[in-house]
Write a protein that binds this ligand. Structure first.
Ligand SMILES: [Fe+2]
Ligand SMILES: [Fe+2]
Length: 311
């Protein structure tokens, strides 16, 4: 692209790139709305990875064995890595990382509501891996074909690591289910608490999701919230059977005609409460992140001073 092209040419180039299913790259012209939507989505995703370190980080010092501690440490560290790739992807669109962090710690930008629930037992670590990382995979695999190149490429590596997370969660739960009755009860209790919030990770129902149509036209998004939620339910039921746990939904049953599982109505009033900041841990999560940012001030200053001296 050169300065000799008119705005109309640039717009046409953008449209053609989407039509041919090719990737938009940082050098390409994009409409303002596309840039804003993409920055908002990538930032929310990055914030979710970073805030998502907290509920599980809570169990690192109390893991029941050295092996479990090493696995959990590696997993939480992966999430930090995901956050960093994603902040870098947002920077290619002109966003400033410091500004995004500021928006997160002042509550002006959101992260996934799932991380506003507490982790009450070690079984929660397994259930988060199985269900929360599992739902994240359902959401993110189609994003590997998202129209924005840096985001799509980051998602390929992230998805590979997320599938490791999902398997480690499942393996942890399988081990607990083969243990004592108390351990099996811990797993069932964790499943009861995380199942519905996991289904809410796909966002509001299609009828109540005003941005979906535009995001699909821009090929940022490839499937609707309800399609992805259904895919996740269909995938999880046989896994729950293999584990020997009961999913807490009396309406869950196979629908021969649809070729999918039917499931109960979600409590959207609760979802809205948690999204708008009134979940059980919202204030704690943001306060913890703000404290970590303030504690890191001297590191940022030292790094900047070092960079200045080398210049
Ligand atoms: Fe992640
Ligand atoms: Fe993960």
């Amino acid at each position: 692209m050169t300065a000799t092209l008119s705005e109309k040419d640039l717009e046409q180039h953008f449209e053609h790139t989407l039509e041919r299913d090719q990737r938009i790259e940082p050098r390409d012209w994009v409409p303002d709305g596309y840039r804003k939507t993409m920055i908002r989505q990538i930032a929310q995703h990055a914030h979710s990875e970073i805030i998502g370190m907290q509920p599980e980080g809570n169990w690192i010092t109390r893991a029941p064995s050295l092996r479990r501690k090493a696995i959990l440490l590696a997993k939480v560290q992966d999430e930090a890595g995901h956050g960093l790739y994603l902040y870098s992807a947002a920077e290619t669109l002109g966003a400033d990382r410091g500004d995004l962090t500021e928006r997160l710690i002042t509550g002006r930008q959101k992260y996934s509501s799932i991380f506003n629930y507490p982790t009450l037992s070690f079984a929660d670590v397994g259930v988060i891996g199985w269900l929360v990382d599992g739902a994240a995979i359902c959401n993110q695999v189609p994003l590997c074909r998202s129209s924005y190149g840096p985001y799509a490429r980051a998602m390929i590596r992230i998805c590979k690591e997320e599938s490791f997370h999902q398997r480690q969660g499942f393996e942890l739960l399988m081990t607990m289910m083969k243990g004592t009755r108390a351990q099996r009860e811990m797993v069932q209790d964790a499943v009861n608490r995380w199942w519905w919030p996991s289904l809410m990770m796909f966002g509001p129902p299609d009828g109540d999701s005003p941005n979906t149509a535009q995001s699909m036209a821009w090929k940022i998004k490839r499937h609707t919230n309800d399609e992805l939620r259904q895919r996740f339910v269909d995938m999880s039921v046989p896994q729950a059977e293999a584990l020997g746990v009961t999913l807490p939904d009396p309406q869950l049953r196979w629908n021969e005609e649809r070729g999918h599982y039917d499931f109960g109505e979600l409590e959207w009033a609760e979802f809205k409460q948690v999204v708008s900041g009134n979940g059980p841990c919202n204030a704690e999560r943001v306060a913890h992140r703000r404290q970590a940012h303030e504690d890191g001030e001297w590191v940022r200053e030292a790094a900047a001073a070092h960079a200045r001296r080398h210049r």
